[in-house]
Design a binder for this molecule. Structure first.
Ligand code: DQA
Length: 142
């Protein structure tokens, strides 16, 4: 069981960016937690973060045949990127969308999720624990 966790733009700024919304824990802490959760769940996990849409598309394509599932927080690209939606559909891997904040209670422009249309499960507003819940979901399902 191998899971790829993808994070989009500015997730590398966790701990600095808008702590009232995203919390005080930095990206390095998130990476450590994800590895710990992977160990607990007995699944191999790799993390990827990019501020570039095309790099995220490339990473999703390369996951084909290499990973059993994808956890993705496309960050701002959630609300704009049909390319990421198409990439997720192209590889057809089970995918779970994660948002740290509760986007449903935020600005109107955050109410659409293109990437989410290719995801079978959505975890929104659970903070960093959302990644754990997403990994648990995939492990139980696969
Ligand atoms: C986010 C929500 C997005 O709207 C925002 O652009 C982000 C982070 C979240 O995890 O809550 O960068 O995906």
């Amino acid at each position: 069981m191998k899971i790829l966790v993808i994070n989009g733009p500015n997730i590398n700024m966790l701990g600095i960016r808008e702590p009232g919304i995203y919390g005080n824990q930095n990206y390095q802490v998130l990476l450590t937690l994800i590895q710990e959760w992977g160990n607990e769940l007995d699944c191999e996990v790799e993390c990827f973060q990019s501020n570039h849409e095309g790099a995220i598309v490339d990473e999703i394509q390369q996951a084909y045949g290499q990973f059993d599932g994808i956890v993705i927080n496309p960050a701002a690209y959630t609300h704009t990127s049909i390319a990421i939606l198409d990439a997720l559909k192209s590889v057809g891997l089970p995918a779970v969308e994660v948002h740290i904040s509760d986007v449903t209670k935020r600005e109107q422009f955050r109410q659409i999720s293109f990437a989410g249309m290719a995801c079978e499960h959505h975890i929104i507003g659970q903070g960093l624990d959302g990644y754990k819940l997403a990994m648990q979901y995939l492990c139980e399902k696969i």
